[in-house]
Design a protein around this ligand. Sequence first.
Ligand SMILES: Cc1ncc(CN)c(N)n1
Length: 227
Amino acid sequence: MTRDYGTTFPRLRDAAGTVWQDYTHHAFVEGLGNGTLPRKAFLGYLVQDYVFLIHFARAWALAVTKADALEEMRACAATVDALVNHELSLHVKTCAEAGLSEADLYTAEEHPANLAYTRYVLDAGHSGNFLDLLAALTPCVMGYGEIGARLGPVPADHPYADWINTYAGDAYQQVCRDSGTLFDGAVLLRLGAGAETTPAWGRLCQRFTTATRLEVSFWDMGLSFGA
Ligand SMILES: Cc1ncc(CN)c(N)n1
């Protein structure tokens, strides 16, 4: 991948091994790309993803409080804004077309796979430091960036055009680039230029890989709604 998502993310991605491919090339993703994903699976996933993004925004808000520098706070706060004021609109619009109100989404019961992932990320922040939290947040941001850029852009008559073009689009790709810049700067500030040789690096790899596994389970959950 040659997208400019910084230098920390690709090193964590490489350390995660095949689980990254399992996430970004999951059957759910391939079904989105070729349009064969059952609509039931997509809508079930989207309702859960609305709830996911609420908790994910809480985790980025936690990152604001864990930051050490004003620039870090600004970047994390901008991501909270991107999640609750932009990305969520995709979910609200698509679900409204299927007859689901935003109140229905907000009160949806969380699937265990959703609970496991979001609370894992929040715990990474509560029990760890700023870098632990960023390592757990990064697969979510960058994975969808890679998926969107690989699958899109697609013409408006593609069954999943809104979803694919949201993540392929400039606004989301910019979120990925900004996130990469934030992570690189935060690692340099705390671990120095030889981050990979520090004891903290192994823990960051572990956080990143576990969050990636939880993304795979999230897609599995989505497919189960179509069964
Ligand atoms: C589960 C999940 N992972 C990532 C994204 C992209 N922000 C998302 N919307 N949902």
